[in-house]
Design a protein around this ligand. Structure first.
Ligand SMILES: *Cc1c(COP(=O)(O)O)cnc(C)c1O
Length: 376
């Protein structure tokens, strides 16, 4: 059996190696390392894939969130609502910009941000909601859009884990994750569903005016060279990364399909087990399985992980500590027990190896090892 990886980037690379090498060499030969033609081409191809008017590439997913918030003109003291159960980047940029992060709990089945909790958290200072399409599945966007409209709020989608997934509206129409709110943000970190060979990110919007503001923020606050209208940042996608992403974007649906198939194979082995809850699929979204995350019911998680490690099976805990209990985000507004679902999930979830190269032998081995451990 091949060695099991949490994410098998080597196996994925092997299949596209020649094309990637050629593309990288071409960028080097032209020396167009910054804002070269590959960046523009990738931008256009991603716009077409997502069905969105504007893609603005940038340096990473965290920058994408920060630049989106700056482009929307959010001001210190503005409140921004996001989920307590997410990667830290989402709340980090809110805090960095001196906005006020307002955390809310998630739902115990889909891990999706809780709509009622959002509504209860809205005040006269609220300016934006940041739903996170966690683990590869869209948040309940229709309900979020409705709330946003009612209270005149911006919706900033954190699509770092769900690129290529789509949201299904009640009328049956669909849109790609990240193209539904005012603005979408994604990451091309290597382990993401569409990963480059270093850091990368992008911002999506259908709003022409917002797109030009975002381009300006990402480019030192200038729309004409050496004319700076506002304080911006320097955040660019390298041409070499764009060239690699062009190759991988053509495979994205195939990659996501491989993840979905692997998830179905895991499901088949785990679904009848009373001490395991398999990932719950929301009615309103497909799931592209950035992570395959089980909920353990009465299983010693540390002991299970130690057993897996002993048997050369990696695993991950996303996330071990709720944001409101992280030292950097401690706030007198929040205390232990305030977000019981998130606190429970942080104790009970475990993520299994999930990538495009998992084979049946590996999946059988992983599932057998887990079930054997739980059954003793
Ligand atoms: C990965 C990730 C980010 C940040 O992306 P980087 O490219 O690492 O900066 C933001 N939000 C979520 C939910 C992520 O998973």
């Amino acid at each position: 059996m091949r060695k099991i990886q949490m994410v098998d980037l080597k196996g994925q690379h092997a299949a596209i190696k020649d094309r990637v090498n050629t593309s990288i060499q071409e960028v080097i030969d032209t020396t167009a390392f910054i804002n070269g033609p590959e960046v523009k081409e990738f931008q256009k191809e991603l716009e077409a894939y997502l069905g969105v008017k504007h893609v603005i590439p940038c340096a990473n997913g965290t920058d994408a969130l920060q630049i989106a918030m700056m482009g929307l003109g959010l001001q210190p003291g503005d409140e921004v609502i996001t989920a307590d159960f997410t990667y830290v980047a989402t709340a980090e940029v809110i805090a960095l910009l001196n906005l006020t992060p307002v955390l809310v709990d998630v739902l115990p089945d889909t891990f999706d941000i809780d709509i009622n909790a959002i509504e209860n958290a809205i005040t006269s200072k609220t300016r934006a909601i940041v739903p996170v399409h966690l683990f590869g599945q869209c948040a309940n966007m229709e309900a979020i859009l409705k709330l946003a409209k009612k209270h005149n709020l911006f919706v900033i989608e954190d699509t770092a884990q769900a690129i290529g997934s789509h949201y299904r509206f009640n009328d049956g129409s669909t849109k790609k994750a990240g193209t539904i709110g005012n603005v979408g943000c994604t990451s091309f970190f290597p382990a993401k569903n569409l990963g480059c060979y270093g850091d990368g990110g992008a911002i999506f919007t259908n709003d022409d005016d917002l797109a030009s503001k975002i381009r300006k923020v990402a480019n030192h606050g200038q729309s004409v060279q050496y004319i700076h209208d506002e304080v911006g940042v320097n955040s660019r996608l390298d041409s070499i990364q764009a060239a690699i992403l062009r190759i991988k974007l053509r495979q994205l649906d195939v990659y996501n399909k491989a993840r979905i198939l692997a998830a179905q194979k895991y499901d088949a082995k785990f679904k009848a087990h009373p001490r395991l809850t398999i990932p719950v699929r929301a009615d309103h979204s497909n799931h592209v399985f950035h992570q395959y995350t089980l909920k353990l019911n009465g299983v010693d998680r540390d002991a299970l992980r130690a057993h897996l490690t002993q048997n050369n099976i990696p695993s991950g805990i996303y996330y071990p500590i709720p944001l409101h209990l992280q030292k950097a985000y401690l706030d007198p507004r929040y205390k232990k027990g305030d977000f019981p679902v998130t606190e429970d999930l942080c104790r009970s979830v475990i993520s299994l190896p999930m990538h495009t190269e998992l084979d049946d032998e590996q999946i059988n081995y992983i599932t057998t090892m887990i079930i054997e451990f739980i059954n003793v």
